[in-house]
Design a protein around this ligand. Structure first.
Ligand code: GLU
Length: 286
């Protein structure tokens, strides 16, 4: 198999320790498999993007020796591909328009059975939801083991295109993972319970399902996920080796002594052993 892994940051702040762990782990998996490592900038949502953070993330990764093997893909330039996928879903009747306001949503809770409880409003654009099937979607995570989720009961009909016309992360992610021929998705455990939605979308769109590996999450002292948008401390590109050593230790690996960055990374990739990654800390079962 021609392994292709990826790191897919959102430009919501500078790269912090948690995202460096995901970048390093996906890079190590790709290097160890003799495959390619890709970076995709998930700048799909201009309302969430923090100005300057995409450039800052893309400048920081190479300072840590993590250099993508192909040019970076920017989701902001992929709207035509998402339009085409959305149209295919619309034509097949898999999605329906939803005019629910926030307060109506709070009342109905989960949307189910492809019905919107709000009245059609000709003056307002609808959001579009995908009908959640009453089916258990199962997959075998390479680190977390067998997973299963019933989309109808656990998630309900989920938004695929927002009122503002912005496509959901799920739609863009599956379209781009297929477009980039990604064979394995390595990312944080906070996305473990998103995976069944993505697998269902892949089935509807006739796209391949890659392998999945969900990493333990780096948490702050209060037990919250480190996140760019909550302004976790950015990693310091001036001292890459000491931070990489901490990231590798977080992944449960033996940490080679630090000297030369490229050499250190080569040793880390050679000795990387998936079975040593702590499995569940910070993970929530679907
Ligand atoms: N863009 C997402 C994030 O920064 C990650 C998406 C993914 O790896 O599928 O959390």
């Amino acid at each position: 198999m021609n392994y292709r892994g990826r790191f897919a940051p959102s430009p919501t702040g500078a790269l912090h320790f948690g995202s460096l762990v995901a970048a390093l782990a996906s890079w190590l998996c790709a290097r160890q498999a003799g495959g390619r490592w890709l970076v995709r900038m998930e700048d799909l949502d201009p309302l969430r993007a923090v100005p300057g953070s995409a450039a800052s993330i893309l400048a920081t990764l190479p300072a840590f020796g993590l250099v993508p093997d192909v040019p970076v893909l920017h989701q902001a330039q992929r709207t035509a591909a998402y339009d085409a996928a959305f149209e295919a879903l619309r034509r097949s009747g898999a999605v329906f328009p939803c005019w629910c306001s926030r307060s109506e949503l709070a009342l109905v809770g989960l949307h189910r059975d492809g019905r919107c409880s709000a009245r059609k409003n000709p003056h307002r654009e609808p959001a579009w939801r995908l009908r959640a099937p009453d089916v258990d979607i199962a997959f075998d995570d390479r680190l977390q083991g067998p997973q299963s989720q019933n989309l109808r009961t656990a998630v309900g009909d989920f938004v695929i295109r927002r009122v503002e016309g912005i496509y959901s992360y799920h739609l863009a992610c599956v379209v781009d993972d297929a477009f980039q021929s990604v064979t394995e998705v390595v990312r944080g455990c906070d996305l473990l319970d998103s995976t069944p939605r993505q697998i269902w979308l892949q089935r509807l769109l006739g796209l391949p399902t890659p392998a999945y590996l969900h990493l333990p999450l780096a948490l702050d002292a209060r037990g919250h996920k480190l996140s760019k948008s909550s302004q976790a401390w950015p990693v310091d590109p001036a001292h890459p080796l000491s931070t990489l050593q901490r990231a590798l230790a977080f992944l449960g690996q033996a940490v080679p002594p630090a000297d030369d960055l490229a050499e250190w990374l080569a040793v880390a990739a050679r000795e990387f052993d998936l079975r040593r990654i702590p499995q569940r800390s910070g993970c929530f079962a679907p």
